[in-house]
Write a protein that binds this ligand. Structure first.
Ligand SMILES: C[S@@+](CC[C@H](N)C(=O)[O-])C[C@H]1O[C@@H](n2cnc3c(N)ncnc32)[C@H](O)[C@@H]1O
Length: 213
């Protein structure tokens, strides 16, 4: 296994949230094994996960590409995804979309342009709420080809456990049940695991995997 690229990326993204080196390694090895050509990522923040995805594609040496979507305020992050990809020499592997509102709107545009399933892997690591990510999964499912994989990050994350969100007015105004429910897990359990079109389920270290039949 060529470890040089992985180690270079891990060094370049060190200290930048939101993905640990060991999570990055799991993602990297998954890409090397399953060899997806087109990857859709929902939620890039500073682009750490995007860099790991892109590095694995680069190591494969195919024409693989990542389309990744976040909100336009991701431009205010330090570093930005563009800076991080540039530092890793992986800009050519990733197209970031800075959405005005939400990736769900951008997925509507994508569907309109190309209704035929086109992605081989979808990584959902964005809003972590039922309303947004339940719908995002249903939209992404329309674009995931048979045999393709979906991965959810943060199955057990809750609004109550988020230091940045828990004191926001809109969160405090929610019913306690919605603040304390792991909403990504609800999406994974109810929309993915109970869906006969999916199998090969794996629930490990807060990540939920599934393959479309
Ligand atoms: C946990 S971070 C992503 C981390 C990144 N995948 C990584 O591992 O490096 C979640 C991101 O999702 C974005 N996000 C949340 N809700 C969103 C929405 N509805 N549309 C677009 N982006 C959203 C946030 O702006 C945030 O940057």
């Amino acid at each position: 296994m060529t470890r040089v690229l992985f180690d270079e990326v891990a060094a370049a993204v060190r200290g930048v949230p939101h993905m640990t080196r060991s999570q990055g390694q799991v993602l990297y090895e998954f890409i090397r094994e399953t060899r997806p050509r087109r990857i859709l990522e929902l939620g890039f923040a500073s682009g750490v996960s995007s860099c790991y995805l892109a590095a694995a594609l680069d190591e494969l040496g195919t024409d693989g590409h990542v389309l990744t979507i976040d909100r336009k305020n991701a431009r205010d992050r330090s570093p930005t995804i563009d800076e991080l990809l540039g530092k890793c020499g992986l800009t050519h592997r990733v197209t970031p979309i800075f959405a005005d509102t939400s990736y769900t709107w951008e997925l509507q545009r994508l569907l309109e342009r190309d209704p035929v399933p086109a992605f081989d892997f979808v990584f959902i690591d964005g809003a972590h709420t039922w309303d947004v990510d339940g719908f995002a999964f249903l939209l992404a499912d329309q674009m995931l080809r048979p045999g393709g994989w979906v991965l959810f990050d943060d199955l057990d994350w809750t609004l109550d456990s988020s230091p940045t969100l828990k004191n926001m007015t809109w969160v405090r105004q929610l019913p306690a049940e919605q603040r304390s429910t792991p909403q990504v897990r609800k999406v994974y359990e109810l929309l993915v695991r109970q869906n006969p079109a999916y199998g090969a389920f794996r629930d490990e270290n807060g990540w939920g995997w599934a393959r479309k039949n």
